[in-house]
Design a protein around this ligand. Structure first.
Ligand SMILES: C[S@@+](CC[C@H](N)C(=O)[O-])C[C@H]1O[C@@H](n2cnc3c(N)ncnc32)[C@H](O)[C@@H]1O
Length: 176
């Protein structure tokens, strides 16, 4: 399932609705961890990897990971393939991918990040916070029907996996 929101309250409510106790979650744009706390509250045996490239995030998020065994923080740019590769190597599966690079942030970048990360990690559910994408979905008129049950675009298959990361599949079955 793919859920889009702009209102932060709605974004967090979507997370509460989809999360299961055992989920492995990847959160892109965790900032100082307000939504990370919402996610961790729902997990028991699951895990969370939070990523952000802001220097502001480093100190609070490293503190959060120190006190929570099931939380890992990565300071990095989620547009870079090496960041995705680091995460793909760390986890056996990603159940939920949560993306908030800023609600008003470029929808083109947010979509690209969604497409590449979800094609590679193949999550069950994806939550995206972005105004431009909601506007596009609400405005576009459709005469053809493509749709997906999972949190990635099934009609596109594995086309979105970056070549650098695809090569990693030679050594692991984590990437299909
Ligand atoms: C609106 S804030 C996220 C707020 C957070 N979800 C919360 O609930 O508190 C957006 C975050 O996305 C991060 N961000 C934007 N572009 C990024 C990128 N390319 N790589 C990593 N983080 C990015 C920003 O540093 C910022 O902390």
């Amino acid at each position: 399932m793919i859920k889009l929101s702009y209102d932060m309250k709605v974004y967090r409510q979507h997370l509460r609705e989809v999360l299961r106790k055992t989920d492995n979650v990847v959160e892109l744009g965790c900032h100082v961890g307000k939504t990370s706390e919402v996610i961790m509250y729902k997990l028991t045996t699951g895990s969370l990897i939070g990523l952000d490239n802001s220097p502001e995030a480093i100190e609070p998020m490293e503190r959060l990971s120190k006190y929570n065994d099931n939380f890992t923080f990565i300071s990095g740019d989620v547009r870079l393939h090496e960041t995705l590769e680091t995460v793909a190597k760390m986890i056996d599966r990603c159940d939920v991918l949560s993306i908030d690079l800023g609600g008003g942030y470029h929808p083109d970048t947010v979509f690209k990040v969604f497409y590449i990360w979800s094609s590679t990690l193949k999550p069950r559910d994806v939550l995206i916070r972005n105004q431009g994408l909601i506007d596009f979905v609400n405005t576009a008129e459709l005469d053809e029907t493509f749709s997906s049950n999972e949190g990635w675009l099934e009609s596109c298959g594995s086309q979105g996996i970056p070549p650098q990361v695809r090569e990693f599949s030679l050594w692991t079955d984590k990437i299909e």
